[in-house]
Design a protein around this ligand. Sequence first.
Ligand SMILES: [Zn+2]
Length: 349
Amino acid sequence: MTALPPIAAERLPALLAAMPKAELHIHIEGSLEPEMIFQLANRNGVELAYESVEALRRAYAFTDLQSFLDIYYAGASVLLHEQDFYDMAWAYLERAARDHVVHAEIFFDPQTHTARGVGMEAVIRGLHRASQDARERLGISSALILCFLRHLSEEEAFATLEEAMPFRGQFIGVGLDSSELGHPPEKFARVFARCRELGLRLVAHAGEEGPPAYIWSALDVLKVERIDHGVQAVHDAALMRRLAEDRIALTVCPLSNLKLRVFPELAQHNLKALLDAGLVATVNSDDPAYFGGYMNDNLVQTFAALPQLDARDAWQLAHNSFEASFVAPDVRRAWQERLLGSFEEAARP
Ligand SMILES: [Zn+2]
């Protein structure tokens, strides 16, 4: 076990904010702030169903995953050109860098855009260019993960993969998102098998609202390397052991869970139980513009709501975020050393 210097409790919130960390569960379309939705709507001449930024913000009163997704897709309708995707990704990366996120693996939903007639090239090029510029100008590294929308068919996922192949060098993996219930992972068994042959990294949303069985099939049928959310795993002891033994990371998103009522209150979140069971749990923002907070808001608010979380848990979460990232081992180790350095710094009188 890594020896950590003692951290005074009152220093923990500042340390949570300042420590280096990776974000592994962020949907770039979910980083669209109402101000940017209006700005892009004006630039592109898109008519919105909301009168003002305030009216749009008021509509963010979701009750479950589906009611959120309805407004999420409406917001994405303002994205038409390569520059729009660039501006959206740049805004997120700038915001993430301020939270001391040093690496982000960013989900994007091409089907939300190609279904509206936007070309795959505009989507991937815009996002990729922002990622490159952010590495140079902000010192934040990032990579793209293409997500299939699980409420659509596997045939449509195959068509999307085909369309994205000319840009294979600009994304590192695939994921599975959107409405979980009624759309189990096995629906996408063949397309994930194909992605594996292509050398793509594999992740999937499972066990957010869906049952532990969906996590089992994401692991055994899709053969994913990380589970996005996965908080329902606590209802299955055998699954918890499997996740811990195989070091399968869970990309947990506390404020998203709160807003979508997966947990009625943050104080009832099971993050501590996941860590105590030895799982590679991480904290992430999911759709930060919609769920009321970016990376550090998630960390600070969750630690405030769960007083049983301490400095070791903070270190573990950030350490896990690097362990679970798809970067080269030497890069990961360098970040983990920086992380330890930030704890030593915070321990100084
Ligand atoms: Zn998500």
